[in-house]
Design a protein around this ligand. Structure first.
Ligand code: SAM
Ligand code: SF4
Length: 329
């Protein structure tokens, strides 16, 4: 099997594929309520184009593909895309990050089509607050979606929680406590100052170290979990007696780039070497001009080489070319 390493020796094996920039929610730290510029439909990669790009990536040594958005379940025919991707030999792990709203409807079909597991974004356990954060979502739909995912075997289901001071940081202990129950894995993410997230730059960021201290004060000491597969920039721990894991993703306060193992493909066919940089390499134009596989591989190699050693959030202007809803997290 081929393999890809970047200039700093990091193995790059994980491709996040944003299939749409549209979403059925409007989380306050991600999208404005209205007026967001959308990618024109003709610029969005067709499913057969995505399948081809992923096949080339897998031949180069990528083994994990995660579908994201916008909201991936909001794109029509998503189960067909999953089925086609799951057939690619060498793709070991096909997963999805979703807000969970439509998951109860699709979980069974996704599992049958070959999806392995899902991450669900959930920032609060309070219905009224959920509505406020997402602007119109129903918490109940997400909880039902999670149950459906587990019943369909899309395991483990990991919960992603963006923590924002004054918005939901008073719930970190309640969310962490969930991991004492079977099948709950929760990851806390520092809010990043991209797009709408910029409203919470500075004081709104709750450092992972602070979240961790609050959890330990309430629930006991955390033990590090080693060797979590494909962990990337997350660090994993367990509460005393817990089956589930607690993860911390600290893009703002810690050097999380050392473990970066990914490239991103946007729905308009750009390869992004780094989440926190405006660097974008156009794949769509050559793809649509009839490029052969070797030309596509060359573009992947360029993107891997262009991966910076680390981000520069502290010293440089925050990347502004794309909102998080186009990057896909
Ligand atoms: N719609 C899907 C969802 O919400 O899971 C997938 C796309 S969403 C952009 C992917 C992840 O990015 C979510 O977990 C979301 O919470 C996170 N996210 C969005 N804006 C963020 C920000 N400003 N800082 C940190 N995480 C953010
Ligand atoms: Fe949509 Fe996900 Fe962004 Fe929320 S975080 S607005 S669900 S893309």
């Amino acid at each position: 099997m081929a393999s890809c390493s970047d200039t700093y020796g990091r193995p790059i094996q994980y491709l996040r594929v944003s299939v749409t920039d549209r979403c059925n929610l409007r989380c306050v730290y991600c999208m404005p309520e209205e007026g967001i510029p959308l990618i024109p439909r003709e610029d969005v990669l067709r499913y057969e184009e995505i399948v081809r790009v992923v096949r080339v990536a897998v031949e180069m040594g990528f083994v994990h593909v995660r579908l994201t958005g916008g909201e991936p379940l909001a794109r029509k025919g998503i189960v067909d895309l999953v089925r086609e991707l799951a057939r690619i030999p060498g793709l070991d792990d096909l997963s999805m990050t979703t807000n969970g709203i439509l998951l109860a409807r699709y979980a069974e079909d996704l599992a049958r089509a070959g999806l392995r597991r899902v991450n669900i974004s959930l920032d609060t356990l309070r219905p009224d607050r959920f509505r406020r954060i997402t602007r119109w979502g129903r918490l109940e739909d997400v909880l039902e979606g999670r149950e459906a995912a587990l019943a369909a075997g899309l395991r483990p289901v990991k919960i992603n929680t963006v923590v924002v001071r004054g918005l939901n940081d008073d719930e970190v202990v309640d969310l962490a406590r969930l991991t004492l129950q079977p099948d709950w894995h929760v990851r806390f993410i520092e809010v990043m100052p991209l797009g709408e997230g910029a409203h919470w730059a500075g004081d709104g960021v709750v450092p992972s170290a602070e979240i961790r201290a609050r959890i330990e004060a309430a629930l006991g000491p955390l033990t590090a979990v080693r060797g979590e597969a494909g962990a990337g920039p997350a660090r994993y721990y367990r509460l005393p007696g817990a089956e589930g894991t607690l993860g911390f993703i600290s893009p703002v306060t810690e050097h999380f780039c050392g473990g970066c193992n990914r490239l991103r493909l946007t729905s308009d066919g750009r390869l992004l070497p780094c989440l926190l940089s405006d660097l974008a390499i156009d794949l769509r134009t050559v793809l649509r001009a009839g490029a052969d596989d070797e030309t596509l591989r060359e573009i992947f190699r360029r993107a891997v080489v262009a991966k910076p050693r680390g981000h520069h959030l502290a010293e440089e202007p925050v990347p502004a070319a794309r909102p998080m809803s186009q990057i896909g997290g």
